[in-house]
Structure formats: C-alpha cells, structure tokens
Ligand binder design. Structure first.
Ligand code: NAP
Length: 492
C-alpha cells in the first residue's frame, strides 16, 4: 500500500492512508479486532479508525524485529543509506499530501505541517550520509603486547515511542539513525496522531526497507502492552520522546533488563531579553520560540524574562504580534494558529492562565478563537506574574506568553535555572561576552542565541537534568544506536 502525491481533499486523502498494524512487512488488524478513533482537533470529528495493538500484536512486532535483525545488520552501509535517501526524496515529493494528513490529525496549520515534513525528511538525508561513515579504530596497548581493534555494531532491536506534537519528525529522528546503524525497530506512535507514522511506514516500504525492519503498532493500551516487551529481554534499546513523567516510568522498566535508553523529555525553557538586545530580533525570536506548533513544543519559551528598561517595549510589541494572529482550522487559507490537541490540553492551558490571573497576573493581549467546536485557545500575553504561579513551574504547552521582568544578569540566571528541567534556553543580547557567559551558566542542553529555533538535524538535540538522556541528530545521533566492540589481538 502506498501514499500517492494526490492533492486530494482531506477526506479522500485520509481514506488512502493504511490504518492497520504494520508487522513483518504486512498490514493487518489487531489480533482481537480492536480499533480506535482518530480525531481532527479543529472540529472534534472522527477522521479514521486505526487498529489498536494488544499484547499479542506487540509481541509479534518484537518477534518480527528480532527475526530481521541479523540480516539487516549484515547489509552494507551504502544499502541502508540508499533506502534513507530514497525515503528522503519520497517525503519531499509527497510533502503536500503528508502535510494535509498531519494537519488533519494534529491541527497545526498546513504551512507548519509542510515545514515539519521537510524537517522530518532532513533526518533521513542526514543519516543517509552518516551510515557510510560508521568507523572504528586500531591501536596498541602501551606495553606493545596487544593490538586493540575497535568496531561499532548495531545495538539490536529497538523500541521507539513518540509523542503527538511532531507526528513525523519525532519518528524520523529515531528511525533515521536506527536504519543507518543497522537496527530493527518496533515503533509505537502516539494514539492522537498515528496516521503520519503509518503513512511513513508505507513510504519506507516503497523506498525499499525490508520486511520486519520497521514494525508499527499504534495502540491506546500503551501501559498494558509496552511493559511486557520492555522487560521481555529481546529488545536491546529504547528511545523515547515524551513527558518526563512517562520517561521515569520507562526508565524504571528499562532498568529491569539493563536496556540502553535515550530520553527526550519535557522542558521549561527560559527566554532572556537583555537591555542591549536588538528588539526586532528579540520579538521575532520570542514569537518563534513561543508560537511554533501553537506553543505545543518541548522547546517552547515557557518563561520569558525581559530586562526592566526594555520590558515594556518588548512586551507591547510581542503583544501586538500575538493578538493579531488568525486562529482556526489549519487546513484553511490564512490560518496562522491551529487548535490544541485535545480537550484535556485545552483545560490545562485555561486552568494555568486562571491560576496566574488569580495570583495577580495581567492580560496584555489576547486574540480571538473561532466557534467551530475545536480545541482552540486564544494567543495570550501575560505580565505581572507571581513567582508561585503554576505556569512558571510546568509546561504550558499552549499559545500563552508569560513575561516577567528582571534587573540583573545574576538574578535572571538564578531564576532561569530554578527548575528541574534543562532542555533549552534562549538569550537575546548584542554583547558577545555576556552571550558566552550566560550560555555557559544556563543549565540546559541547547541555547538559542538571538534565535528562537534550535531544532536542526545537523545538531545534537537533547537536554540535561530531568529533560533527558542522550542526543538525537548531529554527529552523535547515530551513536545512540551503536555499541562498541573491541578485539584484543596479541602482537605477533
Ligand atoms: P506523553 O504523555 O509522555 O506520551 C508520549 C508517548 O508515550 C505517547 O506515545 C504515549 O502514548 C506513550 N506512553 C504514555 N505512557 C506510557 C507507558 N506507560 N508506557 C509506554 N508508553 C507510554 O507525552 P505527550 O503528551 O504525547 O507529549 C508531550 C510531551 O513530550 C511534553 O512533555 C513535551 O515536552 C515532550 N516532548 C519532548 C521532546 C524532546 O525532544 N525533548 C520533543 C517533543 C515532545 P499514550 O498517549 O497512549 O499514553
């Protein structure tokens, strides 16, 4: 089954997306026949029914991945690179259709969905270039008695678990390096957005990926079906993107079989505007860091700090930008902000804003939302936020900019680091020494300096503290899927 570059309307296009489980190269229903509904967050309407994997299906997927592992590891780096490169080409060729599928299940405006398809494809291109560069080393022990030959081997069958907010890129960021390294996979996408992952599986098959290398098991029964396969002893690696809360549960399960893990978890990013900043740059960067993906990003600017002398001007310019945004169904022309993913997310954002207001916060600007039954929240800018407001201590995950004022560099660094998370921080300044000093002092894995976007396949993405373990992308991204093996050879 393949996705064609049809330019059909949403309903017809969605009817072409496979909705079964993908195991051992076959599309099939769940063993118990269960399915679940996928909703369009702009309307609340059902757009597809997808097979709902149970325990037996998950075990079948593990068996298929295990059966394919030896042959897959024996393929040449160039063979694996060529599959990734073909998949990259196909993703770009079909970007319009894939973007429409993504918008229909996730809500982001079509332009952002298309940007995500391109971003997702770039992981395949990047790792197609990394596959032929897997290398080792040759040396000698200091006494000269032994040769040391170091090789790199695929970790083995992997479990990949992704969230709904970037339905395609979070998948390719794991699948790309796993293919390049020669690992087979069981992939569990989020139940809100399985269609992008199923379309991706169809496209990878078309690109030549052998049966059993990638197995996709959408499910609403994650808690029930993942633990048995995590602890079953066959899977050798788990790569997770999602909340810190779920990450902790999976780390505990991984401990039982000493499984390798990569963890891309939540964030609480500080965004700092110093008084020497170029304000055009500051507003552009803050807007990008806040509004990408309707604020539903781990990298979202969660706490914005503006130095006192520029705070009012910066806030009013950001407020003008936010209040004028067009909110609506992301498939419609001109829409700049889509709905949140579901009712619980809408409830959470509303509750966080109410909590801040009850503690003295002030709304500087608020946009409009359509009355179409979707999960829309208006873009909002808040100031005068009390330190104990909950939105400073949890991910807002919505289009709400929380701006606080500070006086000194030392004060803002203490506030910025006062969190258990450490994914990314943003700094806007024209002072090079300050930029470097603050970047060194922030407890984060990534810093956006005079920019609101850090995500790039060529860079090592990841966090410190409770934002995760390991890195995705960059030169180190493939390392997460490789083991070292060393041969001791007596010198003869
Ligand atoms: P989530 O609730 O942690 O879910 C993530 C994935 O884990 C989903 O597929 C989910 O499926 C699954 N899951 C939940 N409980 C599980 C369990 N007990 N066993 C196995 N799988 C389980 O996160 P989300 O709401 O989808 O996504 C938002 C979070 O992801 C935010 O915290 C965000 O910061 C983070 N995120 C981080 C990055 C990064 O690179 N650091 C990137 C994007 C998002 P179910 O929904 O069926 O439970």
């Amino acid at each position: 089954m393949t996705i064609t570059n049809t330019h059909l309307g949403p309903a017809e296009l969605l009817s072409t997306v496979p909705t079964g489980l993908f195991i051992g190269g076959q599309w099939r229903p769940a063993e118990d026949g269960a399915t679940f509904a996928v909703h369009n967050p702009a309307t609340g309407g059902v757009i597809a029914d997808v097979s709902d994997a149970g325990i037996a299906d998950a075990q079948d997927a593990v068996d298929a991945a295990a059966a394919a592992q030896t042959d897959w590891a024996a393929t040449s780096p160039r063979q694996r690179a060529d599959i990734l490169r073909r998949a990259y080409d196909l993703l770009l060729e079909r970007a319009d259709d894939l973007a429409l599928i993504m918008t229909s299940e996730m809500g982001k405006p079509l332009a952002e969905a298309k940007a995500e398809v391109n971003y997702a494809a770039e992981f395949f291109r990047w790792f197609s270039e990394e596959a032929p560069r897997i290398d080792g080393s040759y040396g000698q022990t200091p006494d000269g008695n032994t040769r040391v030959l170091v090789m790199r081997r695929p970790v083995g069958p992997c479990l990949l678990i992704t969230p709904w907010n970037f339905p395609m890129a979070m998948g390719t960021r794991k699948i790309g390096p796993a293919i390049a390294a020669g690992c087979t996979m069981v992939f569990k996408p989020a139940p809100q957005t399985p269609l992008s992952s199923l379309a991706l599986a169809a496209l990878l098959t078309e690109a030549g990926l052998p049966d059993g290398v990638l197995n996709v098991i959408p499910t609403t029964r994650a808690e029930q079906i993942i633990e048995p396969i995590m602890t079953g002893g066959v899977l050798r690696k788990m790569s997770f993107t999602g909340s810190t809360e779920v990450g902790r549960i999976l780390l505990a399960q991984a401990a039982r079989t000493v499984m390798r893990t990569s963890m891309e978890l939540g964030g609480n990013a500080p965004f700092i505007v110093f008084d020497d900043a170029d304000l055009d740059t500051a507003v552009d960067a803050a807007f990008a860091a806040k509004m990408r993906n309707m604020g539903e990003a781990c990298t979202a600017a969660n706490r914005i700090f503006a130095q006192r002398s520029v705070a009012e001007q910066f806030t009013s310019r950001l407020a003008d930008r936010m209040a004028g945004l067009i909110v609506g169904d992301g498939t419609e022309d001109g829409v700049q902000v889509g709905p949140l993913i579901d009712q619980p997310s809408l409830n959470k954002v509303s509750r966080l804003v109410e909590d801040a207001l009850s503690k003295g916060a002030r709304i500087v600007a608020q946009g409009q939302v359509p009355d179409t039954g979707g999960y829309f929240y208006p873009p909002t800018v808040l100031t005068d936020i009390a330190a104990d407001s909950e939105l400073l201590h949890t991910e807002i995950f919505g289009p709400v900019a929380a701006v606080r004022t500070f006086d000194t560099e030392a004060e803002v660094l203490t506030a910025a680091n006062d969190t258990d998370w450490g994914l990314v921080g943003y700094v806007v300044t024209n002072d090079l020494n300050r930029a470097l000093r603050v970047s060194e002092a922030l407890e984060v894995g990534m810093v956006g300096l005079n920019t609101g976007i850090v995500s790039n396949p060529a860079a090592p993405f990841g966090g410190v503290k409770q934002s995760g373990l390991g890195r995705e992308g960059g030169r180190v991204g493939i390392d997460e899927f490789l083991e070292y093996r060393y041969l001791a050879i007596p010198s003869g």
